[in-house]
Design a protein around this ligand. Structure first.
Ligand code: AMO
Length: 430
């Protein structure tokens, strides 16, 4: 007999024998009637054992079960309007596949709320909760939609090294590791490698992979290990890749709405699908808005507070463009006619930054100068600079934080909610 997921049991199964496998979510004993709620990854189903209708063996076995044990149950499906989903199973065989200890480290039912830290300590149990599982079923769909979209637009998926010799994003926030006799680091971004792939002639590449940032501060929007969705594209400028980005974000939202209806329901949310094109405001306009409520001037990076003020003013996804060259990374292309400004952009959700990107410098002399201007040593970048000396097309790209995309989409209040096993200043296990 084929195993059925609890969520799949319906009218066609009425009166038929099925097998379900899963965890004991709840148990109830009313004397002559014993109930189990079995939970599997697609939902829950009620198992009803009336003393008079099941064998003595089955009836007794139920009494000795513990919550969250893994069981395999076969029985006949019966329509029951009062049961969750409208059907119940009258068991004729129950096999205990794994017995769970009690008390549980964490309640899997939603009845007892727990602090995030407690939940993360017992994450495998926390992840059994349907609401939490829904987040990761949606995250899966997000990544799938990203891949579908980029593939359809001619992007080739690549994997670049995570053990590297240099910083990419300006030197700070690197994790050193020992690499035989040398010092090495965990990569902050695939930036240099995705650009080198433009020199390699791939024209359009993407990577979904880990980035490592030694952020010292514990915030609700930073992780020490995050997942970045990166693209790089040849014969393109910043505008070209902004268009790809906004279209992709809308596509991802649509795919989630279409394929994750039940998970959105488990979470109790309705998606608001953004409209593309997103508004573009210049850095100067952004500063002007922020300066109404805080002291900030041209040349400053945007603070969390200013992002909030601007986000409230705009009220939807938007781009900030035309940044001061001096506060963006060395690889960012300045405007030819006004080199103080550069072709960089940030994609913002009203609550926080989702992505940054730019057209890149492809002139090696200018690139060397910019590296030196930012106080870095061009010698450390020789492997990268070499790739610019033998023919490299003009190119542009961006990096989008996968967790931030999921977090803002599902209105989660802490980025850790969007990661299976988050890494932060305090947390290295589980
Ligand atoms: P940036 O450093 O802005 O740009 O990173 C791109 C995006 O990655 C996400 N992100 C993070 N998410 C969670 N925790 C962190 N500590 C963290 N750091 C970054 C954010 C951010 O917008 N090389 C460039 C991209 C490019 O130009 O192609 C870069 O890394 O969502």
């Amino acid at each position: 007999m084929k195993r059925k997921y609890s969520g799949e049991i319906g009218k066609n199964d009425n009166g038929k024998e099925v097998v379900v496998k899963g965890w004991i979510h709840e148990m109830r004993d009313l004397g002559g009637l014993r109930f189990l709620i079995i939970r599997d990854r697609e939902g829950k189903v009620q198992v009803t054992a009336p003393r008079k209708k099941v064998t003595k063996e089955v009836f007794e076995l139920i009494k000795g079960l513990s919550r969250e044990s893994v069981v395999e149950i076969s029985g006949v499906v019966k329509e029951e309007p009062k049961a969750p989903g409208g059907f119940e199973i009258i068991p004729d065989k129950i096999k205990v596949l794994s017995r769970a200890s009690s008390p549980l480290l964490l309640e899997v039912t939603e009845k007892v709320p727990a602090e995030l830290d407690t939940r993360l300590d017992s994450r495998f149990l926390d992840l059994r909760r349907p609401r939490i599982q829904a987040i990761f079923r949606i995250r899966h769909q997000v990544q799938k939609a990203v891949r579908d979209f980029l593939e359809r637009n001619g992007f080739i998926e690549i994997n670049t090294p995570k053990i590297v010799a240099t910083a990419t994003e300006g030197g700070a926030a690197l994790f050193p590791i020992s690499y035989f006799e040398k010092e090495a680091f965990l990569n902050q971004s695939p930036q240099l490698y995705k650009q080198m792939m433009m020199a390699a002639g791939f024209e359009r590449v993407y990577e979904i992979g880990p980035i490592f940032r030694a952020e010292e501060h514990n915030t609700t929007r930073h992780l020490n290990e995050a997942t970045s969705i990166d693209i790089e594209m040849s014969f393109a400028n910043h505008e070209d890749v902004m268009k790809i980005l906004e279209k992709m974000v809308v596509h991802v939202y649509r795919q989630v709405e279409q394929h994750c209806e039940r998970y959105l329901e488990w979470l109790g949310i309705t998606l608001e699908i953004p409209d593309a094109p997103f508004p573009r405001i210049t850095y100067e306009e952004a500063i002007e808005i922020a300066s109404k409520e805080e002291e900030i001037e041209w040349g400053d990076d945007l603070t969390t507070k200013s992002e909030r003020i601007i986000g409230e003013t705009i009220g939807e996804h938007y781009f900030i463009v035309d940044w001061p060259t001096e506060i963006k990374p060395y690889y960012t292309m300045p405007y030819e006619n006004k080199p103080d400004l550069c072709k960089a952009f940030d994609l913002m959700h009203p609550k926080l930054e989702l992505a940054s990107g730019a057209q890149r410098i492809h002139d090696v002399q200018l690139l060397e100068k910019r590296i030196a201007d930012q106080g870095l040593s061009p010698e450390n970048f020789e492997f990268y600079l070499t790739a610019f000396r033998y023919g490299i097309p003009p190119h542009a790209g961006w990096g989008l934080g996968c967790e931030r995309l999921v977090m803002t989409m599902l209105d989660l209040n802490n980025i850790r909610e969007a990661v299976l096993f988050p890494r932060d200043r305090q947390r290295l296990t589980p």
